[in-house]
Design a binder for this molecule. Sequence first.
Ligand SMILES: *Cc1c(COP(=O)(O)O)cnc(C)c1O
Length: 197
Amino acid sequence: KTHVFGRIAEEAVDKARAQVAALIGASSDKEIVFTSGATESDNLAIKGAAHMLREAGKDHLITAVTEHKAVLDSHMALEREGFHVTWLPVGKDGLIDLAQLAEAITERTALVSVMAVNNEIGVGQPLEAIGKLCHDRGVWFFCDAAQAVGKIAIDVEAMHIDLCAFTAHKMYGPKGIGALYVRRKSPRVRLEPIMHG
Ligand SMILES: *Cc1c(COP(=O)(O)O)cnc(C)c1O
């Protein structure tokens, strides 16, 4: 940081962070965490939120059966730790049922994880309605938007998204770099780290 090469590198990272924040309508670039890709972002969001909220007595998670493997396997790992998971089915159109989601939310629900656009069948879930429902019920909303960001408009404010995962190589960027959006206010989202020290 005190030498010219370090300063140039730091400026490039700051510029990238501001561009990534603007891309999804984040209110501050402090809300952007760089990761190795969407797989790491998915793991950090789901396990980080679950572990953070467990102390508050929240041991229930909701997701859909058609999520990406990184999301499904993170939930299965948490099930083995004692968390309860509701696996929402999808209809013939590939969409979750909002009434079923509303019914599944309880006092003990920590997180709802529903992707933006499906990586196999391309269907887009109704994010704004899902996010509104989550916020009305005081539950954090995580969205894996790896197939959406850079292709369709994703606005974390309008869609009430609290955590959002995406990755460079799905939008003509290099492999090995991704991001996780972590909301800082209304609500303030905090994550337990998956690596310590
Ligand atoms: C590609 C993809 C991932 C994994 O992204 P990586 O950056 O390769 O780890 C996660 N979720 C969805 C929906 C994807 O399409």
